[in-house]
Design a binder for this molecule. Structure first.
Ligand SMILES: O=C(CO)[C@@H](O)[C@H](O)COP(=O)(O)O
Length: 230
C-alpha cells in the first residue's frame, strides 16, 4: 500500500484511541504495519492528539530506521518493531497508559479470567511480563520491553491473547491491523476495570472454569481459529 494510505490508517487508529478516552496528552501510540513493504507508520513522539495530523505519521522500517517523515517516531518504536518481527500474524500494535490496565501492570499481576466477558476476547489470563533486571533496563528499555513480551509469549498464540501488561509500565495490545489493536486496547481496559471491581466485591472471586472458557472463546472465534481472521 502507499505510504499515504499507511499513514492514514495509523492516524485513524491513533485518533480512535483518543476518542475512546484511553490516552491523555501524549500517553500512548499506535502503529500500522505493511508487512510486504517491511515498514510501519507510527505516531510521532511527544505530539498531543489534539495537534496530530496524518502527515505527521512516521514511516519506519523493521530495523527502526526512518524511511519517511520529519518528526521523531514514538519512543516505543523499538517495542513495536520487535513485536512485528516476532509475531508473524499481527499488523497493528497499540500502547497506552490506560488507568486500570496500567494499575495491574504496576501491581505486576496478570489479569485473571473471572467471567465470560473476558473469555470472549482472551484465551486465559491477560499475561504480565517479568520485571526487568537493572542490566536489561540499562541496555535499551524499549527493545528489552519487546524481548520481555515475546519471551512471555513463548507458549502463547499472539492472536488468541492479543494483549499483555508490561511489569511496572503499562499495556501493549495488537491485532491483524491497527484498528483491531486499538479495539483490543479498549477491551483490555474494560477487562482490567471489571477484574478490579470483581475483587472489590469479593476478594475470593472464583476463576472461570476451563470448560466455560473454552466454550465461550471457541464460540466467538471458531474452534482453533485465531481472533481477528476474516
Ligand atoms: O510509555 C511511555 C513513556 O513511559 C510512552 O508510551 C509515552 O507515553 C508516549 O511516548 P511517545 O509515543 O510520545 O514517544
Amino acid at each position: 500500500m502507499s505510504y499515504l494510505e499507511l499513514k492514514r490508517q495509523a492516524f485513524e487508529a491513533n485518533m480512535e484511541l483518543n476518542a475512546r478516552g484511553l490516552v491523555i496528552y501524549t500517553w500512548g501510540n499506535v502503529s500500522q504495519l505493511d508487512r510486504d513493504a517491511g515498514v510501519m507508520a507510527i505516531k510521532p513522539s511527544g505530539v498531543p492528539y489534539e495537534e496530530l495530523k496524518p502527515e505527521h505519521m512516521v514511516i519506519v522500517d523493521m530495523d527502526n530506521k526512518i524511511v519517511e517523515g520529519s518528526m521523531r517516531p514514538s519512543s516505543d518504536t523499538k517495542t513495536h518493531t520487535h513485536l512485528y518481527r516476532h509475531f508473524d500474524d499481527i499488523g497493528g500494535v497499540t500502547h497506552t497508559h490506560s488507568t486500570y490496565a496500567t494499575a495491574w501492570a504496576q501491581a505486576q499481576t496478570p489479569i485473571p479470567c473471572y467471567g465470560t466477558t473476558h473469555a470472549d476476547f482472551v484465551y486465559g489470563e491477560v499475561p504480565c511480563t517479568a520485571a526487568m533486571t537493572d542490566a536489561q533496563v540499562e541496555r535499551d528499555y524499549e527493545e528489552e520491553t519487546g524481548v520481555q513480551i515475546t519471551d512471555r509469549f513463548a507458549n502463547l498464540k499472539p492472536l488468541e491473547v492479543p494483549m499483555v501488561i508490561v511489569a511496572g509500565h503499562a499495556p501493549f495490545t495488537w491485532g491483524v491491523n491497527a484498528e483491531k489493536a486499538v479495539y483490543h486496547a479498549v477491551v483490555l481496559e474494560e477487562l482490567a476495570k471489571m477484574a478490579s471491581l470483581t475483587l472489590e466485591v469479593n476478594q475470593r472471586a472464583p476463576l472461570l472454569s476451563q470448560a466455560v472458557l473454552n466454550k465461550h472463546y471457541n464460540r466467538k472465534h471458531g474452534k482453533n481459529a485465531y481472533y481477528g481472521q476474516k
